[in-house]
Write a protein that binds this ligand. Structure first.
Ligand code: HEC
Length: 138
């Protein structure tokens, strides 16, 4: 019994040390929000508001970086999501990357977006029930 407790304690210490060590890896800390270049011609302020809630944290330069985005390994997931998402479609640099509106509609109506990963789940920003509003985006 005592042996088991000792083993568990060693395991716990190893895990804590590992978690502390990975914080020093350079990836995941560049939380930049570059200036907004150009936004789409929103058909109404409401559409923009919904997109802002449901999509901006990944697909814009106005990401609200949550506290856990500073803690590895969550920081890696968030960083990767935002980097990839911005490179595919960026509401703050509209027109630079060509995204078909039809594609946006398809992705949203199939429930692929907003992505329900750890990032969007924790933030409770899965606005699929209101996807019709996003769909009216032009
Ligand atoms: C949690 C982060 C996150 C959120 C929130 C999010 N996306 Fe994405 N999105 C991504 C990532 C990552 C990719 C690229 C990888 C992929 O295709 O799975 C992507 C890709 C896309 C693409 C594909 C672009 C292309 O060139 O293929 C579209 C369109 C898109 N998202 C629309 C939306 C819309 C509309 C919303 C809001 C309703 C939204 N996304 C919310 C992370 C996100």
């Amino acid at each position: 019994m005592r042996k088991l407790v000792t083993l568990l304690m060693i395991a716990a210490i190893v895990i804590v040390v590992l978690v502390l060590l990975i914080q020093f890896l350079p990836y995941g800390h560049t939380h930049t929000n570059p200036p907004v270049v150009k936004e789409p011609n929103w058909n109404s302020p409401e559409t923009r508001q919904i997109a802002q809630k449901a999509c901006f944290d990944c697909h814009s330069n106005e990401t609200i970086w949550p506290w856990y985005s500073n803690i590895a390994p969550m920081s890696w997931l968030v960083q990767r999501d935002v980097d990839v998402a911005r490179s595919r479609m960026n509401f703050s640099d509209w027109g630079r990357i060509s995204v078909e509106v039809g594609e946006i509609i398809e992705i949203v109506s199939e429930g692929e977006m907003p992505r329900s990963n750890i990032y969007s789940c924790i933030r409770g920003r899965v606005y699929l029930s209101r996807k019709k509003h996003v769909l009216s985006m032009g």
